[in-house]
Design a protein around this ligand. Structure first.
Ligand SMILES: [Zn+2]
Length: 124
């Protein structure tokens, strides 16, 4: 994880965990209910790059350490993750996300915080 996460990263991570509640990938953990530790796993522009999808709800899922590690750091995992997202989002949303990831957005913590807080309202 980042040594010094932004407040907005922490808040967004909270949203992802609250929304998903368990590891959505289940590819390495088998969806074990014993998993307590979940992290937001970004799909496009991992880490510090594209601001445009950093806090996009379609761009992150809650994942356990096992799945997260495999998805982020193995060639098979990266390919699997892409197919997973394509299936999960469907063609239209998937390509919209890709387009967005390649577009420019200026960092704006104040607005991002408002947007992320609004995301919590979308959780049932
Ligand atoms: Zn898992």
């Amino acid at each position: 994880m980042h040594a010094n996460p932004r407040q907005t990263d922490t808040l967004f991570g909270l949203f992802i965990r609250e929304r998903d509640r368990k590891c959505v990938f289940k590819i390495k953990c088998g969806g074990s209910s014993k998993i307590i530790r979940l992290d937001p796993c970004h799909f496009l522009s991992k880490g510090s790059s594209s601001e445009a999808v950093r806090f996009h709800p379609d761009n992150a899922d809650a994942g356990c350490d096992l799945c997260h590690e495999w998805i982020d750091h193995t060639a098979d995992g990266i390919i699997w993750h892409r197919e997973f997202k394509l299936k999960q989002l469907g063609e239209t949303k998937y390509w919209e996300l890709v387009r967005l990831a390649n577009s420019y957005k200026k960092r704006n913590d104040k607005q991002d915080k408002i947007d992320i807080k609004n995301l919590f309202e979308t959780i049932n």
